[in-house]
Ligand binder design. Structure first.
Ligand SMILES: Nc1ncnc2c1ncn2[C@@H]1O[C@H](COP(=O)(O)OP(=O)(O)OP(=O)(O)O)[C@@H](O)[C@H]1O
Ligand SMILES: [Mg+2]
Length: 305
């Protein structure tokens, strides 16, 4: 079944800025998709169309969630189907106490009191903010706010979860914890859309990557999209650092047909290569090595202007 269907979506802001042009894609239920694109590419704008927030006379095209077109009169019911974590957590925290912010969604969906309490506790625990019910939302730190914003969506238990930059502003431990939360949601069968500039996190989180630059410039498996260096660099984007490093290793003679996407992939790759080489891996320097290294590195260099 199709979780999200967007067909020929176009949107311009009232000052005339064109944010989306002919955007079409489908996401199946249970899929986990990373949405990437440079600053100003229209990613957040697209997200706001998925629950009808930006539905207006200025939007042209179709958006269907779980098989139904978005009905502007029923936008208040959307959070049950799709929960959206905005880029700026301040747009999601507006009650005095965090517990009230996390309870707000389920109360509005008519969830019974006891169940609301249970969900608030559970959602705060999941994002590592156990016991934060009585904390003042707008006093939380940047990273705490980001996690709090995610809790306000988890408490509604939506079928589809879309997150705008979930790992931004998080310290390494919180980032790792958040990646675990997202993996947990993925294995529960939730449909996930993750907007991120954190390319190193993508291989762990998403099976598919959509590249948006006003319109969709690439859509494929994570491996396919990361293999298209030219397209990525043209869009001002990167591949995971480990892929870049293995391209450098290739210049030193490391035999590797398929570049690893993650550290786990790299460990498997090295293990296989060393086992096939009788316990050794042979690297060498010859006359083309350094030019090879330079060209591997320059592929991903971004130039201003
Ligand atoms: N309220 C608005 N009024 C006018 N233009 C806007 C408005 N909001 C966004 N834009 C413009 O629309 C374009 C798309 O913005 P959007 O926020 O969707 O980009 P993004 O891909 O989310 O970027 P980032 O990675 O920086 O978050 C940009 O050119 C932006 O300046
Ligand atoms: Mg954005």
């Amino acid at each position: 079944m199709v979780a999200i269907r967007v067909h020929d979506l176009n949107y311009a802001y009232s000052d005339g800025t064109v944010a989306l042009e002919h955007v079409s894609f489908e996401i199946a239920r249970g899929e986990s998709v990373a949405l990437i694109g440079p600053n100003g590419a229209g990613k957040s704008t697209l997200l706001l169309h998925l629950n009808g927030i930006l539905h207006s006379k200025k939007s042209r095209g179709a958006v269907e969630i779980l098989g139904e077109p978005i009905d502007p009169r029923k936008v208040h019911k959307m959070p049950k189907k799709i929960g959206i974590v905005f880029q700026d957590p301040d747009d999601m925290l507006f009650m005095p106490l965090l517990g009230d912010d996390v309870a707000f969604g389920p109360i509005n969906l008519g969830v019974a009191n006891d169940e609301v309490k249970r969900r608030v506790k559970d959602s705060l625990e999941r994002v590592g903010l156990a016991g934060y019910e009585e904390r003042v939302s707008h006093h939380l730190s940047g990273g705490e706010k980001k996690r709090a914003a995610i809790a306000t969506v988890l408490s509604m238990d939506p079928e589809i979860i879309a997150m705008d930059e979930p790992t931004a502003n998080l310290d390494p431990k919180s980032r790792a914890e958040l990646i675990e939360i997202l993996k947990g949601l993925k294995s529960e069968g939730k449909t996930l859309i993750i907007i991120t500039h954190d390319v190193n996190a993508i291989p762990e989180l998403a099976d598919r990557v959509i590249v948006l630059h006003k319109t969709i410039v690439a859509d494929g498996t994570t491996r396919e999209v990361f293999a298209d260096t030219e397209m990525l660099v043209a869009a001002g984007l990167d591949v995971p650092t480990i892929m870049q490093f293995f391209e450098v290793l290739q210049a030193f003679g490391y035999p590797c047909d398929v570049l690893p996407l993650s550290i786990e992939d790299a460990v498997r790759n090295l293990t296989r290569t060393i086992e096939n080489g009788d316990g050794h891996v042979h690297l060498h320097i010859h006359k083309h090595t350094h030019s090879g290294v330079d060209s591997a590195r320059s592929k991903y260099q971004h130039h201003s202007g």
